[in-house]
Design a protein around this ligand. Structure first.
Ligand code: NAD
Length: 360
């Protein structure tokens, strides 16, 4: 497998393959860009079908973290890691410690955190070995990012509703949530309080039933959640759910949710636009948890500031929609362009500083 020629490789600064057979560790850490600061992004534990699949995922996720952190105004770069194993049966303290040693060896170039398959308790276990974790609960750490991610998701949905439906309230609007796990459940609570009518799907029966019981949500099969008659389709589970098969079947005029990497490929953003569906770019909408967790790394702002910045997601998403219309681009293309412009400006500024230093 070639990394440099890989279709998801976008000049990543570093890709580290970690293997410790004694504890069953096979992991990849991808650092995409550290122009703005140390790379930060969670660790996903997933039984990928092949190492090729794992590499694709980690490369794409790491790039999305660079863009997410840039547009969230954080002095952090983008990185991500994946552990190739089933979290339900292969997760042991020894495996997590081995992974944490690999993170520690990077000397602060990459900070890790929770993601799918790696929960809050696991972050504490990683923190026993490496300093380079965020979203932890030690010594006043920022703790669980999920409620903050959900609040950002709520702001993203509000912005999309404002732009597409010309409304400032969600009363009576139908929202189809794909996944009501940590973030999806917290988002469902916010939407329900705002008067939205919920339709949910979750492959875990207990999660589905919790949403039915607590929010009076209608539950449907996971395979049809994207095609519900609703105002908003909110992906809050796995990635690549916006693809050639699902896009023609989406009935909602808005897609806005917190899942990472919702577009199977970049071109699917345009496919949504061509169908008249307004897509709120995932990494802009789901930056709330990162805004919270970044406090553990940057240590220069408190929780009030986190909430203020999460409120700002509403304006950022609206601005992207306006530019998208003005420039004839899909919203994901606008978001990517904004992030790339910011990184390029920052690179140029630091090159100038380095040049000036060399000159003295
Ligand atoms: P989670 O594992 O707690 O929840 C995901 C839920 O989706 C689970 O209940 C699972 O059973 C369900 N699910 C899985 N496959 C499904 C399918 N095909 N159809 C319907 N439901 C399905 O994870 P989470 O922390 O809530 O994260 C959800 C998404 O948001 C992920 O893509 C994650 O990367 C992204 N995200 C999370 C955070 C955070 O703060 N936790 C931050 C940014 C992005």
């Amino acid at each position: 497998m070639s990394v440099f020629e890989h279709e998801a490789f976008r000049d990543h600064e570093r890709v580290v393959f970690c293997r410790e057979p004694e504890v069953g560790l096979r992991a990849i850490i991808a650092i995409h860009d550290t122009t703005l600061g140390p790379a930060a992004g969670g660790c996903r534990m997933w039984p990928y079908g092949s190492s090729e699949e794992a590499l694709t995922d980690v490369l794409r996720l790491a790039q999305a973290m660079s863009y997410k952190n840039a547009l969230a105004g954080l002095a952090l770069g983008g990185g991500k890691s994946v552990i190739i194993a089933d979290a339900r049966c292969a997760k042991t303290p020894a495996l997590l410690h081995a992974f944490a040693r690999a993170v520690e060896e990077l000397g602060g170039r990459y900070y890790t955190a929770e993601d799918i398959g790696i929960g809050m308790a696991d972050v504490e276990t990683l923190g026993e070995v490496t300093r380079y974790v965020f979203g932890h609960s030690r010594e006043g750490g920022s703790g669980d990012p999920s409620p903050f991610t959900a609040r950002g998701g709520f702001e993203g949905i509000r912005a999309a509703v404002r732009h597409r439906l010309g409304r400032d309230d969600l009363e009576g609007l139908g929202v189809a949530l794909q996944g009501v796990g940590n973030v999806g459940y917290a988002l469902a609570a916010l939407l329900s309080s705002a008067g939205a009518r919920l339709i949910v799907a979750d492959t875990e029966r207990a999660n589905r039933e919790r949403a039915q019981k607590e929010f009076g949500a209608k539950a449907v099969e996971a395979s049809v959640i994207h095609s519900q008659d609703a105002d908003v389709f909110a992906p809050c589970a796995m990635g690549a759910v916006l693809n050639d098969a699902t896009i023609p079947e989406i009935k909602a005029p808005i897609v806005a949710g917190v899942a990472n990497n919702q577009l199977a490929e970049e071109r699917h953003g345009r496919a949504l636009r061509d169908r008249g569906i307004l897509y709120a770019p995932d990494y802009v909408v789901n930056a709330g948890g990162m805004l919270s967790g970044a406090r553990d790394i940057l240590q220069d702002y408190g929780v009030d500031e986190v909430n203020r910045r999460i409120d700002g997601i509403y304006d950022t998403v609206l601005e992207i929609f306006r530019r998208s219309e003005k420039e004839g681009l899909a919203p994901n293309e606008v978001a990517d362009a904004l992030a790339r412009e910011k990184l390029a400006r920052e690179k140029l500024a630091s090159e100038k500083i380095m040049g000036a230093r060399k000159g003295t």
